[in-house]
Design a protein around this ligand. Sequence first.
Ligand code: BES
Ligand code: MN
Ligand code: ZN
Length: 502
Amino acid sequence: MLDIDWTTEEPAVTAGQLLVVPLRSGHDPEAITQRFGAAVRDAVARVPFAGKPGESFAFTRERDGVIQHVTLMGADALTEPASLRQLAHDAAREAQRVGASQLVLDLHGADGLPAEGDDALRVGNLVAQGVQLGTYVYDRFLSESNRRPSSLRSVTAWGRSAAPTEGSNRGRIVADAIARARDLGNGPPALVTPSYLAQVAADMVAALAAEGHDVKLTVLDADECKARGMGCFLGVGQGSDEPPKFIHLAYSPKGESKARVALIGKGVTFDSGGYSLKPTDGMLDMKLDMCGAAAVIGSFEGAVRLGVPYELHALVAAAENLVSGKAYKLGDVLTASNGKTVEINNTDAEGRLTMADAMVYASKLEPALMIDFATLTGACIIALGPRIAGVMTNDQALHDDWMAAAARSGEDMWRLPLPSNLKEQLKSKVADMRNTGERWGGALTAGLFLSEFTEGIRWMHIDIAGPAMASKAYGVTTPGASGVPVATILELLSGPIQLEQS
Ligand code: BES
Ligand code: MN
Ligand code: ZN
């Protein structure tokens, strides 16, 4: 566990310390002279080092008989949440690169960085998130000789006030929740099965209850789901030897609940495509198809520890989409728990089927709003690229609150429409609807399909097919599962939410 605190005094130099000093484009070289001497200034000028993000200049110096590592780091305006978190992240990475055990992050010169009140808490939160995410690795399956445990033990942020320290506790909770989601997403599909997700939920609830929180877990097996008429969910899972699990995590806040909120995550623990089989390339990353589930399970843990003022329900219809003699077929007609029948014209459009029953279940809890998170369509990646999540809703207020939370968390989202005229693509001759439309606009018809299962509850759909996993490192994301959009979910639940539809 990283120690993170804030101080207004220049921290004493210790052995194994890295000092990181952020510099912006257009910085005054004479400031470097004053602090580190003309030789450093001249060396910086030769690099050249303009102060752009991604640029850095590292050197060591002897002070009081110990060697201190110093890195000048290019940074954007630190008043931007994403930039501040990025700097903290990069500083932590740098500390590990040089084998430092203590990081001193010099923010006392940062212009416009709030030092007091809620804004200071926000600053503490972002810095803690950044440094902690900077130490994230998934090394569970590496042998000892290939593991590189982090050298970093403590972080001292040197600012104009120590007030942000309090915010770092929140940032640590958020980073833990993101790490939880990443670990689940990074786990191989033979490990992360529906039963495993249920077990993780059980262990989590036990730990949270021991901390004194009012939490509860219900797991429904296939028979119980059948009794509830969840034919779409069960249809997807029936080809696998792994039993499907319906996971329901619930939390009541200590004080009065402002509203009931349901979060639904797609939990297809492996998506082969079923009989609409994916080619190898398309199947390669399909352990990621439970990243929506990972996000809501991670967010649940974070939200409880943050003590958010909402009654929270995290719901996952977990199953594997495989081929076998028992698997569902093209042409099958499945019946969802709200009675709607669905003709299957593509077994690879399985996510919406599992989500349909999960949404109907959620609606029966009569939440004030429900939000679903799903690695739902390749089409969403075509539309928005690999780093931006698609946001679909007809609820303007919910959209606005979500986008404001995303701006605060620094995660990228973009709204896509739900054009009702495309609904005709989902018409079937033998059932109430079919599960896929035409190729173009596939993210939208998937959203329109889900919109048939809202049962009148305020609803928003987030397609995270792109940002759930990263093929290479960017921002605060390591290759593999990103934990997106846990930070935004926790931001939303920590801020004011409009409780009337508009
Ligand atoms: N899990 C996939 C979507 C996906 C693709 C997520 C790539 C992440 C990366 C989903 O179940 C799927 O297969 N969707 C199909 C829908 C199509 C059959 C209408 C798709 O996107 O091709
Ligand atoms: Mn699929
Ligand atoms: Zn899928």
